[in-house]
Design a protein around this ligand. Sequence first.
Ligand code: CA
Length: 239
Amino acid sequence: MRILLVEDNASLADAIKDSLYKAGFEVDAVLEGEEALAAALHQTYDALVLDLGLPDMDGMDVLQKIRAAKNAVPVLVLTARDALSDKIEGLNSGADDYMVKPFEVGELIARLKALLRRPAQAVAPVLTLDNLSFDTNTRVTEIDGKMIDLSRREVDLLEQLIQSAGKIVTKKSIEQRMYSYGETGSANSIEVLVHRLRKKLQSHAAGVEIHTLKGIGYMMSEGAPKDPVKDGGRDADGE
Ligand code: CA
């Protein structure tokens, strides 16, 4: 999950960024409204955390411009102005939630998670595919009920693939959700990551397969043999 944080108070921004990262989010942080607009309109985010009091423009104008561009990204507004009239104005301008400063970062994370929880996930927070399960709240992966050890990036990748099981996930969308703005993995980092995840799933006899669609992306489906791969050899698709 990738978040754009717009907050001009650098120490507050750092603290929020840190906590969000520890909670499993990738975070791009910007300090000004113009930067926020440029990022929000050219990158894909799962949510925005937007301060209203910005040095170059009002956060509310940022929000209105994002909505005017038909961008429906969930937006959680941070405001020091706790007057009720401001809240009403904000909600009408398309904010999805509000927090009045000062606030507990833990509460911000809880509210963000609530915003990001899609209706299907609210009903079934644990996604399953054959003997593989992924808990979207705890981010724990299990195969046949046994927890398996995955790196942070492997978990991010698995989450995207299992959420779209049976559908193609493009390499670009994986990159966008996994890497922060300006952070670039090496050209083949996604391939390397997919390879590692595939090996781990196979070694734990997961009944799922990650298909490579050359030049397009990846797709997870049921159906790999459940015998663990013993020779560490080729994957099902020859990679
Ligand atoms: Ca501010």
